[in-house]
Write a protein that binds this ligand. Structure first.
Ligand SMILES: O=C(O)CCC(=O)C(=O)O
Ligand SMILES: [Fe+2]
Length: 521
């Protein structure tokens, strides 16, 4: 727009100046409703013109404008311009990278024992991690202190009486500690992350080294048929139509019963459960799938092909939150039946009850929508809190793919994350590629990092989808020359009030929800 046009628009603004606006509400997004896009554009043009021609400010008629600009500047500097609630002050401070201010507000929330919504928590976690550098080196120590306080507020903690005699760690690469056990050679960042011993649910696992087969060109005996047998595309979404918009299309592949040949029960080990020490609610079920079954899943994904995943907009870090490639698989009933019956004896029979009294529904099954991830060297899934998902499936008559397939009178909603490790030690370099949980320690400002080592055929299970009990975690970077394959899905419960819960749409946060096909979270 030329300067003359700008002037014209300026005149229009002045003639509209008597228009009465209603007072701003608490919600940051309300401003979008209060000021329409034309007015906004016009205001920006006026301000731009004044920046280009500051001499224009000298006129008497500019007095009112100058006064308002000063007032606005003060409000913005105080961080209270976008709503006065503590939650919005924290959101504003974090997104403005004012971590010291955010820490003060977070501390106030902590001492007043106020609980934010899950959506706010997920957004705050992202804002804090968004400060880590492109090369993976540690971010702002103040941001990590905010993250520690967020964990305490969310009451995700457990009473930690764990002796903290280990040397305090810095962060390296992703947020996880470096080195094995408690050995540390991380940077000193004021001791913000403290590494705990890496958890192996079992030593000496029998496994198939899938990466070894791929490198030797032996993943398939003969070239795989195309189309791949017993898998068919059931849903395709163009990149721009994804929610939020993505740079890549997404396809869901449905399988037919028998697509993965399951070993007879006489040939399989009986599954066993092992709790993850120090991580409340997290446990591993060993031997849910045999190494041969894991191999078949990887074969299908490798033959059909991986899709990339990068949000179209948002900060560089948010866009690359998940560096792994994925294959979205809508699993068939025979695979799901085996999976569910193997873990059922070990999972909570009823959903946790939230502070608002929702929850308590019976466990009902596994979300058929699996996201199979392939992480190669240095790839990771940045720290996040998983969101809850409805039960995906096909319409019984039309065969149409439904993001939420449970009937309205019997809604199901997920409350636990299930991670199926398709490969393990043999393919993933020592102490890398773990799933790492971050928990508050007994010292404010210090978080504990608890890493779980992938074991082929085992399932890691932990709570998600609510403020209380949900766990901050990351898929830690895979080390040099390694590869990690893992399936992410969810354990479903009768919604019992919880189903009405819809994670709020938020900027740059990937989370499950009725309307969002989502990528992660
Ligand atoms: O890859 C991992 O270990 C973690 C994956 C994860 O957190 C997720 O898919 O939600
Ligand atoms: Fe996750």
């Amino acid at each position: 727009m030329g300067k003359n046009n700008k002037r014209k628009r300026t005149a229009q603004v002045q003639s509209q100046s008597s228009k009465l606006l209603t007072p701003p509400s608490e919600s940051p997004s309300a401003s979008a409703l209060l000021i329409d896009s034309e007015d906004l554009e016009c205001t920006i043009n006026v301000l731009e013109t004044l920046c280009d021609f500051p001499e224009e400010l000298a006129g008497k008629e500019m007095k009112g404008l100058k006064r308002k600009v000063h007032e606005l500047y003060r409000i913005m500097a105080e961080g209270s311009g976008l709503g006065t609630s503590l939650t919005s002050k924290i959101s504003t401070a974090l997104s403005d990278y004012r971590f010291t201010d955010a820490l003060i507000y977070l501390f106030e929330m902590y001492t007043r024992k106020l609980t934010p919504k899950l959506g706010a928590l997920q957004r705050w976690v992202r804002e804090c991690d968004a400060t880590s550098n492109e090369d993976g080196s540690p971010g702002d120590p103040e941001a990590l202190k905010c993250l520690d306080m967020i964990l305490r507020i969310a009451n995700m903690s457990h009473p930690t009486h764990v002796p903290t005699d280990q040397k305090v760690l810095g962060t390296e690469g992703s947020m996880k500690q470096k080195g094995s056990d408690n050995v540390v050679d991380g940077m000193d960042m004021g001791g913000i992350i403290q590494g705990k011993q890496i958890f192996r649910a079992r030593e000496d696992n029998e496994e198939i080294k899938i990466w070894g087969l791929i490198k030797d060109g032996k993943l398939f005996d003969t070239p795989p048929p195309n189309p791949y047998p017993n898998f068919r595309p059931v849903h395709h979404v163009k990149a721009a139509d994804r929610k939020p918009p993505n740079l890549y299309d997404s396809t869901v592949y449905g399988s037919s019963p028998g697509a993965i040949a399951l070993a007879p029960s006489t040939e399989r080990k009986r599954p066993t459960k092992v709790d993850v020490p120090g991580v409340p609610g997290a446990f591993v079920v060993l031997d849910v799938f045999t190494p041969e079954e894991c191999l078949q899943i990887v074969r299908a994904a490798e033959a059909i092909g991986w899709e990339k995943d990068e949000a179209k907009s948002g900060s560089a870090i948010n866009k690359t939150s998940i560096l792994a490639k994925n294959f979205v698989w809508l699993s068939d009933s025979s695979f799901l039946d085996h999976f569910y019956s193997s873990i059922l004896p070990f999972v909570p029979a009823t959903a946790p009850i939230s502070v608002d009294g929702n929850g308590g529904g019976k466990v009902r099954g596994i979300n058929a929508r699996f996201r199979v991830y392939q992480y190669t060297e240095n790839q990771l899934y940045r720290p996040h809190i998983d969101g809850a998902w409805p039960a995906a499936g096909l319409h019984p008559e039309t065969g149409e793919y439904l993001h939420d397939s449970s009937p309205p009178d019997d809604p199901l909603w997920s409350r636990y994350t299930l991670l199926v490790y398709l490969n393990g030690e043999g393919d993933i370099p020592q102490d890398t590629g773990c799933t790492t949980f971050f928990l508050p320690s007994d010292k404010i400002g210090v978080m504990e990092a608890h890493s779980v080592r992938p074991i082929q055929g085992a399932v890691l299970c932990f709570p998600h989808g609510d403020t209380t009990g949900s766990l901050l975690h990351e898929g830690s970077a895979v080390g040099k020359g390694g590869i990690k394959y893992v399936i992410r899905t969810d354990l479903l419960y009768e919604a019992k009030g919880f189903g009405q819960y819809k994670p709020p749409a938020s900027v740059g946060v990937k989370q499950g929800g009725k309307e969002e096909e989502g990528l992660g979270g």
